[in-house]
Write a protein that binds this ligand. Sequence first.
Ligand code: SAH
Length: 222
Amino acid sequence: MVAGGVGEGDSYGGYRTRLVETLQSKGVRDLSVLRAIQMVPRHLFVPESVRHRAYDDAALPIGSGQTISQPYVQARYLELIGLTGQEKVLEIGTGSGYQTALLSLVASMVFSVERVAGLAQSARTALATAGIRNVTVLVGDGSLGWRPFAPYDAILVSAASPEVPAPLVDQLAPGGRMVIPLGDRSSQVLTLVERLADGVRTSTIADVRFVPLVGEFGFRQE
Ligand code: SAH
């Protein structure tokens, strides 16, 4: 399924196993999430210049002033939205495409929106090289969501917003879950938003630091 993933004999398998162990030691328990980390060749999603650090539990620069998030934070995201493998998911902020790849293994269908066209294109290439097919990368302002394929069972926002963008709440299915970092440009709180029959429930999870969501319902300018 995932070329270069576990069992495919690429030379990075041992590094991925060590990364999985690191995440377990930090408290990640969800087996489908740990399996996805073991499977996805993260080195395909980072630039050549930082490839030797691809399996560190660290955020890394990916160009255009953006970063690939720390694997621990990405694993926590996936645990929080608690997918069963059946869901249609919207991701905002494709970046490198690594989180998209993890999502593709724990959901049924993934739509991912990125505002920087060059990043979207390299993410598409990396996803195709990894043999991942149940993903569509779109270019646009993800603070508006992506209405044509709504509603979504889960929405994962990997850029920081001052507040929850209203279109994203609209596009979340009843019972759906969204994770989003909320705050100012320098620090945020990872927040879980659940859509209930009679409104939304929000819970705060942990302090995080993401690049800004730049768009109509995010930060207005860089
Ligand atoms: N999950 C990503 C991390 C991406 S960093 C990874 O694994 O690599 C956040 C990304 O959000 C950046 O690529 C940035 O360009 C993008 N972004 C910022 N504002 C956006 C918007 N309004 N719509 C879509 N993408 C946006």
